[in-house]
Ligand binder design. Structure first.
Ligand code: MN
Ligand code: MN
Length: 464
């Protein structure tokens, strides 16, 4: 190898480097601090409702105020709007006129799980169960025989709303979906994994002690209903207006002997939500107004009043524009949105599903995903070369370790994010986020370095 070709190689060829070869000692300390706070958020926020309560509480402590239409706004003001407790938007007003656009980061705070049906409670063979309907894309067999907790609310007929959270504390009881013993599984094991556990088999084991001194039917069901009534003051009919979800009971954990990874339920997409929210807490007055959107319902198509397709976003932005004597259309046209969502980290055990040259990899930083569709880029928001160029420059200028991502081989996978719905609003949008191993499983895995670099990237986007 001559000096000349060595020079050529360095100047012409792309040479991705592991993030650990690029991070300073001081940054590693900051990374650990950031990840500790992130894990705390994950243990507190296992549902979109809990994510909204937690972020709103943190924001208020940092000086954010609830925005009401008509409120006077000025540069440096920190505002938020809570959308029915299930999604939220936070903003820091910038120095530039709002017609010059906002710097937006949009992520989602809902994750795949099992929702309890409106008529859930039944008894069979001396055991009480709750029926569920799973939410989002799950491999059903992964959700059996793992400890589960129940989170959510019960809206009673008198208008009161009861908060429910059982199963996360070590002293709490938890719940489980049973699976068949191996000894009797000859037929089950012959089925494709998608069919081995049916949707109607995802029933939560809820109790087994029958009520005393009674010879009537459903004694176990009656006994657990009595316990629920004592603790929450609810009756069976109240399930009809409840929103209860079943999620893994385990807390976030450090993974690996070197503690370089984090295992938790719901990294997708709370790892990006936290990365986009946390920098706002300590932010100085930005040039452009910084907007952080925490959306719900991404896992089922960004639909509904709390999803990214809802007019809630326009309503908030229009009210902000009005307060700043600006025009919503002008503002959106000149805005930039980073759709912050996780990508699939390359897993060498399943190498055949990915194209290694274009897949994101653990510890190589935040992954920029030009498009998420497959088989001809179906249904995706394909960011322009110019937009990719702008973010390349921004991240390099700010010392953000980044890489590129593609969701599996061309004919294999594909997935959606909120990117398309932001782009539809005439906003330049790019997808980027943290690479995840075993996405949508009860425990997903991310690397601390990628979490930290994603936060650093979002900070750069807000300050661009
Ligand atoms: Mn996602
Ligand atoms: Mn997802």
């Amino acid at each position: 190898m001559s000096e000349r070709t060595d020079e050529l190689r360095k100047s012409l060829l792309r040479a991705p480097k592991n993030g650990y070869d690029r991070i300073s000692a001081a940054e590693r300390t900051e990374m650990e601090r950031y990840c500790k706070d992130y894990m705390k958020f994950m243990d507190a926020a296992k549902t979109e409702r809990e994510a909204v309560s937690y972020t709103v509480e943190q924001a208020e402590k940092a000086g954010f105020v609830a925005f009401v239409p008509g409120m006077k706004l000025a540069p440096g003001m920190k505002i938020y709007r809570n959308n029915r407790g299930k999604s939220a938007i936070f903003a820091v007003i910038g120095k530039e006129p709002i017609d010059n656009g906002a710097q937006i980061v949009a992520s989602h705070i809902d994750s795949p799980r099992m929702d309890i049906k409106p008529n859930p409670l039944y008894e069979d063979a001396g055991m009480a169960y709750l029926k569920t309907h799973y939410y989002g894309g799950i491999k059903k067999y992964q959700w059996t025989t793992v400890p589960l907790s129940i989170h959510g609310i019960v809206a009673k007929k008198d208008g009161s709303v009861i908060n429910v959270r059982i199963g996360d504390e070590p002293t709490d009881p938890c719940f489980i979906v049973t699976d068949l013993l191996i000894h009797l599984s000859a037929d089950q094991l012959k089925k494709p994994t998608a069919e081995a556990i049916s949707g109607e088999a995802l029933n939560i084991l809820f109790g087994s002690e029958p009520i005393a001194d009674d010879e009537g039917a459903d004694r176990v069901k009656l006994a657990v209903m009595q316990l629920l009534n004592e603790k929450y003051g609810i009756i069976e009919e109240d399930f009809l207006s409840a929103e209860l979800t079943v999620v893994p009971a385990s807390p976030a954990r450090e993974i690996g002997l070197d503690r370089s990874l984090i295992g938790a339920y719901g990294h997708d997409d709370r790892v990006c939500a936290w990365a986009s929210f946390e920098p706002l807490l300590t932010m100085d007055v930005p040039a452009h107004t910084a907007v952080c959107v925490l959306a719900d319902k991404e896992e089922i198509g960004s639909v509904g009043v709390s999803g990214m397709q809802s007019q809630f976003f326009e309503t908030f932005m229009a009210d902000v524009c009005e307060a700043l004597q600006g025009c919503l259309r002008r503002c959106l046209e000149r805005s930039f949105c980073l759709s912050c969502d996780v990508s699939n980290a390359y897993d060498p055990i399943y190498a055949e599903t990915c194209e290694k040259r274009n897949n994101s990899q653990i510890n190589y930083g935040i992954a920029l995903c030009k498009y998420t569709g497959s088989r001809g880029k179906g249904g995706c928001s394909d960011a322009s070369g110019e937009v990719m160029g702008r973010i390349r420059r921004l991240f390099d200028d700010n010392g953000v370790v980044w890489q590129t991502a593609e969701l599996g081989k061309v004919d294999q996978g594909g997935g959606g994010t909120v990117a398309a719905y932001m782009a539809n609003r005439n906003i330049d949008t790019l997808d980027a986020g943290v690479p995840v191993l075993c996405m949508h499983a009860p425990m997903e895995v991310v690397s601390k370095l990628d979490c930290y670099m994603t936060m650093k990237g979002m900070k750069a986007v807000y300050n661009d």
